[in-house]
Design a protein around this ligand. Structure first.
Ligand SMILES: [Zn+2]
Length: 494
């Protein structure tokens, strides 16, 4: 069976081209065509790959109430009241609550109680670092008026000492963890939903960077089931270290069995966190945050991080480590170099990098993943935490590419909406307050979100060369020249 894709244009030259596919791969020109696809004059490009995101959580969020369109407290309360009748699992969970878009004051538990005193309601803040709960949610999470603030978090109180329902950082996590976890069918539905929304953006493969958040074995089964039923988005799984090797993990032997049983989903490796985030002042940095609020924090002492990296490396897995601050990057590079094969491992985020660190990463050959859309969404919180000078140099794409570091772009959805074109546009024209000297060209940005991201995901055969898997994105306009270009169709012939 030979397919011919015709009436499409090259993104490099704009000239008409045709592509042939045989047995799921792009092939040489062939006179024996069984099937024709008319590309309607669109631009044919390699498909996008999101090499760092959270697939299952994206799908779960898509089935929660979305508060993105709300521009006042009353809007939020109206949307919540309207959603009450569709409550599943007993809780009403909403995402993308953002009071900073209107008067800046948080909603309170009392306002939410007026909507429902009995259904637990939890609104997650768009930052992912806070939420607002009603009384029923606090009761369901076993949080009483006498609760103590957990380390690194706060149950915000009124002047008279009563809880307001506003939950910050670890207090927010404490209550979130007590919301109902999805079962296998719920996971399958959510992964499918996430993959459908990604395919609409022209994405054909995605790395899930925290598999095992709810239940590792069930999640592996769920990803495999979605692919078995014909998902167009391939998933590559990076499994949380502690769910395999931790004291309550399933253990290396059982994990190896589970991986062997995967028929469709692929294992990318093992994921660790070295630090937190800039917005919350928890990324481990050299120097201090503005306002003297500390230098962030390493999640593990350096020798413990090295031990964890070595455990996974010695068991035969590639390791991807979340390191946002420059101090965390030093510690992670020490750990990667201790393996003797640093080029097998991935540095995630690496937002703050010195010239010397970039040279070190280039020498070691580690892959780095950036999330350019962060600059578009979180600039204000970076400036508050780091001041204008350090903020201007976050995510140094130009320097990293010029040093020869294998760099790849991604979204980290659901933290951001995650349309790859927004990432491409942001990397090519950095927003106000970010140094233009660290921009890349649109060609480079597009490459970093397509072929380079495919390689970083272990999929070297995604592209438009003969022999590559026959997948392509058809754009209405040329994405290399036009920031408004959108994916009109995804071609998947394998
Ligand atoms: Zn992430």
């Amino acid at each position: 069976m030979t397919t011919r894709l015709h009436n499409v244009r090259s993104i490099e030259t704009g000239a008409p081209v045709e592509l042939f596919a045989q047995e799921g791969r792009w092939s040489e020109r062939s006179p024996n065509v069984d099937r024709e696809i008319d590309g309607l004059g669109r631009f044919v490009a390699p498909p996008f790959v999101d090499c760092h995101c959270h697939v299952l959580p994206t799908g779960l969020d898509l089935s929660k109430v979305n508060l993105d369109a709300c521009n006042s407290h009353q809007d939020v309360l109206d949307v919540i009241a309207g959603a009450l009748r569709d409550v599943r699992n007993g809780w009403l969970l909403a995402v993308r609550y953002d009071q900073t878009r209107y008067d800046g004051k948080h909603l309170t538990l009392r306002e939410l109680d007026a909507v429902s005193p009995s259904v637990p309601i939890l609104l997650r803040h768009v930052s992912g670092h806070a939420s607002v709960a009603n009384s029923a949610a606090l009761i369901a999470a076993e949080v009483g008026e006498d609760v103590q603030d957990p380390p690194g978090g706060e149950f915000v109180r009124e002047a008279d000492g009563r809880l307001t329902g506003v939950l910050l950082e670890s207090a927010h996590e404490f209550v979130s963890e007590r919301t109902p976890a999805p079962d296998l069918d719920g996971m399958i539905d959510a992964i499918r939903l996430a993959c459908e929304s990604m395919s609409e953006m022209g994405i054909v493969a995605a790395c899930d960077m925290m598999t095992g958040r709810f239940d590792l074995v069930q999640e592996l089964l769920a990803y495999d089931a979605v692919l078995a039923s014909g998902s167009v988005v391939d998933t590559v799984l990076y499994v949380q270290w502690r769910e395999v090797f931790g004291s309550r993990g399933i253990g290396a032997a059982r994990f190896a069995d589970c991986v062997r049983d995967l028929r469709h989903a692929r294992l990318g490796g093992v994921k660790l966190f070295a630090d937190g985030a800039i917005g919350s002042g928890t990324a481990a940095i050299h120097g201090r945050y503005e306002g003297g609020t500390g230098a962030g924090k390493l999640i593990y002492p350096p020798d413990e991080l090295t031990r964890r990296v070595l455990t996974a490396h010695d068991a035969g897995y590639s390791v991807a480590v979340h390191a946002i601050g420059d101090r965390a990057v030093d510690v992670v590079m020490d750990a990667f170099e201790a393996t003797g094969e640093p080029q097998l491992h991935r540095l995630e985020h690496a937002m703050l990098l010195s010239d010397a660190q970039i040279e070190r990463i280039a020498r070691a050959g580690c892959t780095v993943t950036f999330q350019p859309e962060f600059l578009l969404r979180f600039g204000h919180s970076y400036r508050r935490q780091l001041g204008p000078e350090r903020t201007a140099l976050l995510k140094r794409s130009r320097s990293v590419v010029s040093a020869g570091v294998p760099l790849a772009y991604s979204s980290d959805r659901p933290i951001v909406p995650g349309n790859p074109m927004h990432g491409v546009n942001t990397a090519a024209t950095r927003p106000d307050g970010f140094s233009q000297a660290e921009s890349v060209t649109r060609d480079e940005a597009f490459h970093l979100y397509t072929k380079a991201a495919a390689v970083a995901s272990g999929m070297h055969d995604l592209g438009l060369r003969v022999g590559d898997r026959a997948k392509a994105a058809l754009f209405d306009r040329n994405p290399i020249h036009d920031p408004e270009a959108t994916v009109a169709q995804l071609i998947s012939l394998d």
